[in-house]
Design a protein around this ligand. Structure first.
Ligand code: PBG
Length: 327
């Protein structure tokens, strides 16, 4: 008879031992809640494909943000759904546009308690649904879009956004916006670059959440899901351009990219657990096929373990409450 010399189970024998040797932590401050605000609503309105997530009115947004601050989350990321759209997305940099008005409200309500963040992209504001403006031949015009983004960045900074989420995947967007902000005295506004954002099927429910007008796809600017090296390269370039934080998105289908990006840059790396990831777990849990709370926490822990310093997740507030000592 031979017996094992190495007994790995020793480290797993009891809850206290497991807690003492657990490598990865998950804390409320590492969670960021994406929120949707829709122009003209008087009350919150449910999103069918994202049970538990709503399009907010200005009033319900304020209340939900206060609740998020109470739960201890690290930040909120705001998306705006305008009533009217046009070819250049003019609602995006209008100080009276829904996203900027709502940002002002959030900054006043919770700006001292958490980091107020805004999505910086044109897709919610254009009538064609693309993340940029179109050239005469119908392609997305990179450099003309940068000028629109700069106007948007200044409008968001003036409204009180503390961190801009550059989700449009245009080349040079980080350097262009850093210069535009600095020239107007906004040196302290943080830039989160959606460095490795993939053209993903997991954004499906989000398109309902923002009433997306998109026909076709975003494959000329978002990354091909087959490409790992290119995702890492995007992150390295964004760091060189002056990004404060880089993002990998979606999260669970791209954990390998997340790990490599974490190893390739020395700034914070975040991951976005997107709408389709949320919808999958909610749907399975609603059918009784998985334990909802355990699956949500395991998914978040996995994203942290792969290398994310923080996670954007629609479960941010609920998970933050689960993570409180004693709950
Ligand atoms: C585009 C944007 C998208 C998401 C966030 N910002 C969708 C897209 O690229 O079509 C998706 C977020 C989610 O699915 O939760 N600005």
């Amino acid at each position: 008879m031979t017996f094992p010399e190495t007994r790995l189970r020793r480290l797993r024998q009891s809850a206290p031992v497991r807690a003492l040797v657990r490598e990865t932590s998950l804390e409320p401050r590492q969670l960021v809640l994406p929120m949707f605000v829709r122009e003209g609503l008087t009350d919150a309105s449910p999103i069918g494909s994202m049970p538990g997530v709503v399009q907010h009115s200005l009033d319900s947004l304020r209340a939900a943000a206060a609740d998020a601050a109470d739960a201890g989350v690290g930040g909120v990321m705001l998306f705006g759904v305008p009533a009217v759209r046009d070819a250049t997305g003019s609602g995006a940099d209008d100080p009276r546009g829904i996203l900027n008005v709502a940002t002002e409200a959030l900054a006043a309500e919770v700006g001292d308690a958490l980091v107020v963040q805004t999505d910086l992209c044109l897709d919610e504001f254009t009538d064609h649904g693309h993340c940029g403006v179109l050239a005469a031949d119908g392609t997305v015009d990179n450099d003309a879009t940068l000028e629109r983004y700069a106007a948007m960045a200044l409008a968001q900074a003036r409204a009180g956004s503390q961190l801009l989420g550059l989700s449009g995947m245009m080349d040079g967007q980080v350097a262009h916006l850093r210069a535009a902000l600095d020239a107007e005295g906004f040196q302290d506004v943080l830039l989160l670059a959606y460095a490795a954002k993939y053209a993903s099927a997991f954004y499906g429910p989000f398109r309902e959440a923002v009433d997306s007008q998109l026909q076709g796809d975003r494959r000329t600017y978002q990354l091909d899901p087959g490409n790992r090296r290119e995702g890492v390269r995007e992150a390295v370039v964004d760091q060189q351009e002056g990004a404060d934080i880089v993002m990998v998105k979606p999260a669970m289908a791209f954990l390998d990219v997340l790990r490599e990006v974490r190893d390739a840059v020395d700034i914070p790396v975040w991951a976005y657990q997107v709408s389709g990831e949320y919808a999958m777990i909610e749907a399975a849990a609603a059918n009784g096929w998985i334990d909802r709370r355990a699956a949500v926490l395991e998914s978040l822990l996995s994203i942290r373990r792969a290398g994310a310093d923080a996670v954007l997740t629609y479960w941010a507030v609920e998970a933050a409450r689960w993570l409180r000592p004693g709950s």
